[in-house]
Design a protein around this ligand. Structure first.
Ligand code: FES
Length: 663
């Protein structure tokens, strides 16, 4: 360990730590623009100046570039260092347009903060400012180059960290320009991180442009629901409208970043066709009345057909408590069938994949980033788990070898390193990301050809597919496993399926005994046999089942409730409530303002989390005391902190295929 003194505080840090990081470790802030924990140092901005009072190095130095050494005595408040930082800010601001009042970054701008903190309040320069022409970068990101302070974070992230090739730095000296080499939308599926990483307002979120200041937003720690990786996010809403989503740091999962699918797919929560009204046989009623009607209909159904004819259906896109309560409801009614998956292959393969993941050998995204050999088996990373592709890229940048077995046909390169041009919005609107993987790889025919045993930290990444599940049987136990599952809570649903002997809905329908279904946030097929009654469907998204359901119960979206998702590695992570449910207020005109009626709930706000709907229904069905969902097996998750790293679960049943590495 290195011992030094910073501002009279003795500090001990591991070798390789910079002076800036050493100061941060004892909560001494040093201004910085170009240094970023995920990107490292560049020495470009010169704003991290400190004075070295004693020790091996003396004088004013850049703290981000200087490794901490024994005996250093550092001052961050020395007059010379403070004057240097003030001068640097003044230089950086010479060409800045000073347009904070009309800049979307205002209030969350590092440049604004350090300018004020550095004491630069008066512009002395009265010459002509350098100006740039901005580019159209697509429908998600706004470009304003005149605000640039040349910290290079954008180019370093886009090219080095994310492997993008269509954006970079051009020009030299005072004319340096960060943008695309030619007209068009940014192509990287991680381009939205430019918004977070830019310390000023060069790149801002166009989808939330001019809608709110930072302090106006309702926000809370949350988890992305758009794939199984469980990236940590901070959704930001105003007036009941989800306006933007930013990345939240979790070193074990997504690090500092998220993909564009997670960042820009906010419209689904605000969609005008989102079902917000409880219905009984298509007639609008209150949520209370709908639950009363459903309780009566369940009693009638059970009397007529018996409990064996009833199927309760949960879903991998519903949170854990909702799915647990679905199982409790099935238990209370003695329902013949409990389902969490529709397709039998999906149910069986997800269960088999989850059973193979023990606490020790399931790979987190951080394990992937630290791996020295990675094998990809039958998965389409950019489509199904883009941040996994970004993690693999970091491993490759650190020297890992990457091998691909049986890639998805879309991944077979037309020519390695080429970029497909995306239609505007394609990757977000369709929920799929296309393009070449952001790392080079070797293509092998079988996993047995890959030298997994020679690696120190090998990781095998598979889809929950037959080839993936079978391939890992021969993988040595030294290799960690990561499965790409289907849905933010697929792991939890696989566990519940095993605990409660669940079956796939298609399988249950095929044996002909089901006469009625109650579904919770489940995407069921539209071709349900005609004799099956959909007693009720609960959802916050319009599905094929909504119109067919006798009773429709509107539920809250994940940002309107708290809950838990269990990600692909078995990490349970809590998300907090961000906003109140209800029709968004987009303006004061009658077209944009919801109906001005007085009631207990906001217009469109008579909705509830699926978990609470089920608990209320159970009470109406005669359950005197409904048990808390996180009890018994799930008790340990009660105190889970949304700000923490989450809690890794141990799977409870051995793999039906036997222990891996045994063949
Ligand atoms: Fe040290 Fe930019 S943060 S030079």
């Amino acid at each position: 360990m290195i011992k030094l003194i910073i501002d009279d505080i003795p500090v001990e840090v591991p070798e390789g730590t910079t002076v800036l990081e050493a100061a941060q470790s004892v909560d001494i802030p040093i201004p910085h623009f170009c240094w970023h924990p995920a990107l490292g140092k560049a020495g470009a901005c010169r704003v991290c100046a400190v004075k070295m009072l004693d020790g091996p190095i003396k004088g004013v130095q850049m703290s981000c570039m200087l490794p901490a050494q024994d005996g250093m005595v550092v001052s961050t408040t020395d007059d010379e260092a403070v004057a240097m930082r003030r001068s640097v800010i003044e230089w950086l601001m010479i060409n800045h347009p000073h347009d904070c009042p009309v800049c979307d970054e205002g209030g969350e701008c590092q440049l604004q903060d350090y300018t004020i903190a550095g004491g630069h309040g008066i512009r002395r320069y009265d010459g002509k400012k350098r100006t740039h022409v901005n580019q159209y970068l697509g429908e998600y990101i706004e470009h304003e180059m005149n605000r640039c302070i040349q910290c290079y974070r954008c180019a370093r992230f886009y090219q080095e960290y994310a492997g993008g090739t269509d954006f970079g730095v051009m020009g030299r000296a005072a004319t340096i320009y960060f943008g695309r080499q030619e007209e068009g939308s940014l192509e990287s599926p991680f381009s939205g991180n430019l918004v977070d990483i830019c310390p000023t307002g060069v790149f801002t979120d166009k989808t939330a442009r001019f809608r709110a200041r930072y302090w106006d937003y309702d926000m809370a720690p949350s988890i992305c629901p758009h794939c199984s990786l469980g990236c940590n996010t901070v959704p930001m809403a105003r007036y009941r409208e989800l306006l933007k989503t930013t990345a939240r740091r979790n070193d074990q999962v997504n690090g500092w970043f998220i993909c564009d699918k997670g960042r820009f797919a906010n419209a689904v929560v605000n969609a005008p066709d989102r079902p917000r009204q409880a219905l009984v046989d298509g007639r609008p009623v209150t949520l209370d009345e709908a639950l009363d009607a459903l309780a009566t209909r369940i009693d009638d159904f059970l009397e007529l057909h018996g409990p064996q004819a009833l199927a309760i259906v949960g879903s991998p896109r519903m949170d854990l408590a909702g799915n647990i309560m679905a199982a409790r409801l099935a238990e209370l009614l003695a329902a013949g069938t409990l389902c969490y998956f529709d397709d039998p292959d999906r149910a069986q393969l997800t269960g088999a994949a989850v059973a193979l993941l023990t606490e020790d050998d399931s790979a987190s995204l951080e394990d992937v980033r630290q791996a020295d050999l990675i094998a990809l088996v039958g998965c389409d990373l950019l489509a199904d788990a883009p941040m996994m592709a970004l993690a693999v890229r970091q491993a490759w940048r650190n020297g890992a070898k990457v091998y691909v077995i049986a890639p998805h046909p879309d991944l077979l390169p037309e020519g390695e390193g080429t970029n497909h041009t995306l239609a505007p919005g394609e990757r977000v609107a369709e929920g799929r990301v296309r393009g070449p993987l952001p790392f080079p790889f070797e293509h092998f025919a079988a996993i047995s050809d890959i030298p997994l045993a020679e690696a120190k930290r090998p990781v095998v990444i598979c889809g929950a597919t037959t080839e993936g599940v079978e391939a890992v049987q021969s993988v040595p136990r030294t290799a960690k496993l990561a499965f790409i599952l289907d849905g933010p809570n697929a792991f939890g649903c696989a566990e519940l399926t095993r605990q409660h002997n669940g079956v796939a809905l298609s399988t249950a329908l095929a044996d002909g005994r089901i006469r009625g279904i109650i579904s919770f946030e489940a995407d069921l097929p539209c071709d349900l046999p005609p004799g099956i009654a959909v007693l009720a469907a609960a959802d916050w998204r319009p599905t094929r089942l909504t119109a067919r359901a006798g009773v429709f119960l509107p539920t809250t979206a994940w940002v309107e409730q708290e809950g838990i998702y269990i990600n692909n590695e078995g990490r349970a992570q809590r998300f907090n409530k961000v906003m109140n449910p209800g029709l968004p207020i987009k303006g004061l005109t009658p077209e944009l303002h919801p109906p001005r009626t007085h009631g207990k709930a906001a217009p469109g706000g008579d909705v509830a989390p699926a978990e609470r709907l089920i608990a209320t229904l159970m009470q109406r069905l005669g359950e005197a005391e409904v048990e808390e969902p996180l009890s018994g097996h799930w008790e340990g998750l009660r105190g889970l902190d949304a700000q923490g790293d989450g809690k890794k679960l141990q799977t409870t049943t051995p793999s039906p295929l036997g222990p891996r590495g045994s063949s």
